[in-house]
Design a protein around this ligand. Structure first.
Ligand SMILES: Nc1ncnc2c1ncn2[C@@H]1O[C@H](COP(=O)(O)OP(=O)(O)O)[C@@H](O)[C@H]1O
Ligand SMILES: [Mg+2]
Length: 424
């Protein structure tokens, strides 16, 4: 706001300074009062203003730069900037990748629903992985959204490559072996046994022009064991693998029965909520990661429109899937989570991870374009502050955020700012 002729410039600047420190600079009601005080010299008004502004500055110094409206706007609107109330919105690219953290009950899932609705409206496909049945109510509120129970409604063969393609078939085979061996702790001996068994099965299945299934693998291992000397080393390897396979089959045997599996490709373009979390985490994780991986490689062979996000995967309670321990546990090559997070965006696939604990796997953290934090628990405050590059005062402000309020930091506008998220 420009000073006017006849103003007490010294007073004007002093009050403006105070207003800036209190974080109310630019707010119309204060600007008008400041101008009136500087023009009229009204003692009472000056006193009142000084008092109010000083109180504000002491009570609640707002430690964030107020963003210009155009810096934080986008077609996917999700809330009001905390100080001035201008609308905040994302562009599709802000989603690749996105982390939403904060302690329980502060508004993470609500924000995810708001984003989901807006994304769908923009014609972007959304898949949600939801272990807490938080999204199932949406079927009554949004058209064109389907809720599937991962272990009951989905038919899936992790051995079937995402695309019929000889080169990919071999590559896919090695990925599935890696996934099974890593997730089910098959060490070098039992790991090579499993690798060998899967090679044999693919060979046999190829002659019959089908893909092997987990059930075939179990049968194969059992048959091998009959021929091996009981308690020999190889027998023990086989037994270790068999134990894992029996566990998988007892939990999701029906899901994994079909030779061809769920035509995920046909569902490209459908908005889906996959509910999970009723069975063994490790086994469901295997299922989910193989689905992720399949979507990723399906896109890799098909996708042409580089750089345009057309699908967003929202993973609520993401720790169970993107476990930081993966960074160390994957022995061969790069963990999938890292591949997924670092390469998906260029294939038009964005991932939104939602978690209380900010210590997600490096693969995700290294590729976060947008970080959104609701009030964190005390133990996580500092690590969130560090991830978001907040200074001390900004970090302190994190802990004062109310339900539904969050701090947002985007790649395209790297100054963090506060937002009150819309209520879904
Ligand atoms: N933006 C908001 N505005 C008002 N109330 C909210 C907002 N976000 C969340 N809430 C309230 O807080 C509750 C918990 O929100 P939720 O999104 O489930 O938290 P979280 O996923 O972080 O545990 C919601 O049921 C809702 O009543
Ligand atoms: Mg939640």
């Amino acid at each position: 706001m420009a000073p006017e002729p006849g103003m007490d410039m010294e007073l004007y600047e002093k009050l403006e300074d105070l207003a800036e420190k209190s974080g109310v600079q630019g707010l119309e009601e204060y600007e008008e009062a400041i101008r009136a005080a500087a023009v009229t010299g009204d003692e009472k008004l000056i006193d009142r203003l000084q008092g109010e502004l000083t109180d504000l500055a002491i009570e609640d110094p707002y430690p964030f730069v107020q963003p210009a409206a155009e810096k934080i706007k986008g077609p996917i609107e999700y809330g009001d900037e905390l100080q001035r109330g201008v609308r905040a919105g994302f562009q599709p690219n802000d989603f690749g990748q996105m982390a939403i953290t904060g302690r329980n009950q502060m508004g993470k899932t609500n924000l995810a629903k708001v984003l989901l609705k807006e994304l769908i409206q923009q014609g972007i496909t959304v898949h949600v992985f939801d272990p807490k049945e938080s999204f199932r109510g949406l079927i009554n509120q949004l058209p064109d959204i389907h809720v599937l129970n991962l272990t009951e409604d989905v038919l899936w063969n992790p051995f079937a490559p995402p695309v019929e393609n000889e080169r990919l078939r071999k590559f896919w085979r090695s990925k599935v072996i890696e996934l099974i061996n890593e997730l089910f702790d098959l060490l070098s001996g039992s790991g090579s046994f499993s690798q060998n068994a899967i090679y044999q099965l693919y060979k046999k299945a190829r002659d019959q022009d089908v893909y092997p299934t987990i059930h075939d693998l179990k049968d194969y291992v059992e048959a091998r064991m009959e021929k091996l000397r009981a308690r020999s080393i190889r027998y023990n390897y086989a037994e270790r693998l068999l134990t894992r396979l029996e566990a998988i089959i007892s939990v999701i045997g029906d899901t994994l029965k079909p030779q061809v599996g769920f035509p995920l490709q046909d569902l490209a373009g459908e908005n889906l909520v996959f509910e999970w979390g009723n069975a063994s985490t490790r086994i469901e994780r295997f299922l989910i990661l193989s689905i992720f991986l399949s979507q990723y490689y399906w896109r890799k062979t098909r996708y042409r429109k580089r750089g345009t996000i057309d699908q967003v995967i929202i993973v609520d309670e993401a720790e169970a899937l993107f476990d930081p321990r993966d960074d160390k546990s994957f022995k061969k090559g790069v963990p999938f989570t890292k591949i997924l997070a670092s390469r998906s965006k260029e294939l038009g696939l964005a991932i939104v991870v939602i978690n209380q604990n900010p210590s997600l796997s490096e693969g995700i953290k290294d590729n976060v374009e947008t970080w959104i934090s609701f009030a964190p628990s005390e133990e996580h405050t500092h690590s969130v502050g560090k991830e978001m590059g907040l200074d001390e005062e900004q970090e302190a402000k994190l802990t004062e955020l109310q339900t539904g309020e969050c701090i947002v930091k985007m790649g395209r506008y790297p100054e963090p700012f506060g937002v009150k998220a819309d209520l879904f």
